[in-house]
Write a protein that binds this ligand. Structure first.
Ligand code: PEP
Length: 256
């Protein structure tokens, strides 16, 4: 099945209002010409509305880094799906390893956030991945399956069309270490097989699975050339428009 590549830049807790807007403009300028790749930026919450204005009339998608599992109410400091939607957000990350490991988002919270995102009309990018110790213990496949099943057991057929997976081995995020193309291909195949066996062949065939973990211009093409690797979730390298644009070009099959 032909799946459209997706490259998204997770800016994490970086940049200031002015530099975030400048980067938004530069990403539009340097990636806006691509017709065969979906491109998204994921700024910090305070910059979303202004970035959304800059993206109006472009093909770029605005993403958010997190949401609360409730739709509104007395949750000081939290941001809900409907609030994100009202700022022009199209998709939201759920289960990023920094949320799981730094903020304690456990499987129950991740599942509730997946539901909250879908309920608000957002697409959800669900992040999965094993720690180094889990990989060394030979547990990677089991961890991916456990994360997938616990986050998606309540999804109905149509919900799956609004879900993207991001396989992000924890040991490769922000470390400069990347999974080998073989490791990425194998993990993507495990995740897709799980979906094929537990949901359907059609859903598994249409589902986009991105790779994330120290993707850079130098390794993007060989990772995304692998079977079942449908794009990239990019952290550090998305903070510079030229390196992010080079990764988008690699997803479009262009040589740099
Ligand atoms: C991420 O935060 O999702 C990520 C993949 O970061 P980095 O590219 O910096 O490893």
């Amino acid at each position: 099945m032909n799946r459209r590549p997706f490259v998204a830049g997770n800016w994490k807790m970086n940049l200031q209002a002015s530099t975030a807007l400048q980067l938004t403009q530069e990403v539009v300028r340097t990636t806006g010409r691509h017709r065969t790749v979906d491109v998204g930026i994921i700024p910090s919450h305070p910059f979303l509305a202004a970035a959304g204005h800059k993206l109006e009339g472009t093909r770029l998608q605005l993403g958010a880094q997190d949401l609360h599992s409730e739709d509104g109410g007395a949750f000081t400091g939290a941001v809900s799906g409907p609030q994100l939607r009202s700022c022009g957000v199209r998709f939201v990350l759920v289960g990023h390893s920094e949320r799981r490991h730094v903020f304690g988002d456990d499987e129950r919270i991740v599942a509730a956030k997946v539901e909250a995102g879908l309920r608000a009309g957002l697409d959800v990018m669900l992040c999965l991945g094993e720690t180094e110790a889990e990989r060394d213990a030979g547990e990677t496949q089991g961890i991916l399956e456990q994360q997938l099943s616990s986050a998606t057991w309540k999804l109905q057929g149509e919900d799956w069309s609004r879900l993207t997976l991001a396989y992000e081995p924890v040991w490769a995020i922000g470390t400069g270490r990347t999974a080998s193309p073989e490791q990425a291909e194998q993990a993507h195949a495990w995740a897709r097989n799980w979906v094929q066996n537990h949901v359907s062949e059609t859903v598994a065939g249409a589902l986009r699975i991105l790779y994330g973990g120290s993707v850079k211009p130098a390794n993007a093409a060989e990772l995304m050339a692998r079977e079942g690797v449908d794009g990239a979730l990019v952290g550090g390298a998305s903070l510079k428009a030229d390196s992010f644009a080079a990764i988008v070009s690699a997803a479009a099959g262009e040589r740099s």
